[in-house]
Design a protein around this ligand. Structure first.
Ligand code: NDP
Length: 300
């Protein structure tokens, strides 16, 4: 089966649509408060994937006409200095969203940093207040990658009611919030993880299979039900003989070429969940700006 057939879910196209749909709301916010939504991005250290993610996030923010305030700190930065910066950004009325790029250097406690971000500016949705609101079905800022997965699923399958979704991975930033979102859509949700026995017996029951593991091409065709919808969150860098160690190849957690033969729908890596994550960050920044300033917008 050719990989160009329409069952490949085009995350780039949907992500562009989402970004375009934000433009009228950004205009409304500019009209009401005299400036566009503003996102502060903090990067600590020189981790090279993080540098790429931050650059992409900042470029997209600027492209859509929003403000991006960049804070690049050395890997030696003390936890206290980072906390002080967050307190300052929390107080700054010209900043609507604060994003701290993870992972942080080992001497900094990620949990303390995330909790220090004001929940109303927590555009990553990782703060315990936003996590609690998500778990209890209240309006909140939702983590970007799970929200991106949900939008891809709604776009591809429509109503998710009654479908069985299996999520591989139980992290606080992907697996758990995604389970909450899918439950709210009336899907039946199972989470599996590294301690689960006989994983493929569970994954082969899934109408929707989401892989958020961080292990290159872990999911093979015998893990899936024929016709299932496969969402691959994983981003893994592998060295190939072809490209050499200076140009690692990006692959997901799913063996794309083999699984695509059996799946009903599948996201590619790159070009699937990744672009949706960035668009959802922009969306959350617009939502945060509107809520903080009491502006009515279309996107909720
Ligand atoms: P974590 O390392 O925090 O979590 C990985 C999860 O996978 C854990 O729950 C772990 O289980 C589980 N796991 C590990 N090995 C296996 C296995 N062999 N079988 C079943 N489960 C296993 O990762 P994240 O959730 O942060 O990220 C997952 C992937 O998604 C990574 O590749 C990351 O780069 C990518 N990612 C992509 C984003 C995007 O925008 N596309 C955004 C965020 C992440 P246990 O809990 O038992 O250890």
């Amino acid at each position: 089966m050719s990989l160009k057939e329409p069952k490949i879910i085009d995350g780039k196209a949907l992500s562009n649509e989402l970004v375009q749909s934000l433009i009228p709301d950004i205009k409304t916010i500019i009209d009401e408060i005299g400036r566009p939504p503003a996102l502060a991005v903090i990067l600590v250290g020189e981790d090279s994937p993080s540098q790429i993610y931050v650059r992409n996030k900042i470029n997209k923010t600027l492209e859509v006409g929003m403000i991006s305030v960049e804070h690049r700190l050395s890997s030696e930065t003390k936890e206290k200095s980072l906390l002080n910066l967050i307190v300052e950004l929390n107080k700054n009325s010209e900043v609507d969203g604060i994003l701290v790029q993870l992972p942080l250097p080992k001497h900094i406690n990620e949990h303390s940093i995330i909790q220090a971000i004001s929940p109303e500016k927590d555009v990553d949705g990782f703060n315990i207040i936003n996590a609690g609101k998500l778990a209890t079905g209240q309006s909140n800022l939702v983590p970007c990658t799970p929200l991106g997965c949900l939008l891809l699923l709604r776009h591809t399958l429509g109503d998710l009611t009654g479908l069985h979704a299996v999520i591989i991975g139980r992290s606080n930033i992907v697996g758990k919030p995604l389970a909450q979102l899918l439950l709210a859509e009336n899907a039946s949700v199972t989470i599996v993880h590294s301690k689960t026995k006989n994983i493929s017996q569970i994954t082969t029951q899934a109408d929707i299979l989401i892989a958020a593991v961080g292990q290159a091409e872990l999911v093979k065709p015998d893990w899936i039900k024929p016709g299932a919808c496969i969402i691959d969150v994983g981003i893994n860098r592998i060295i190939t003989a072809e490209k050499g160690k200076d140009k690692p190849q990006l692959v997901g957690d799913v063996n794309f070429s083999e699984v695509a033969q059996k799946a009903g729908f599948i996201t590619p890596v790159p070009g699937g969940v990744g672009p949706m994550t960035i668009s959802c960050l922009l969306r959350n920044t617009v939502v945060a700006a509107a809520r903080r300033n009491g502006v009515e917008i279309k996107i909720k």
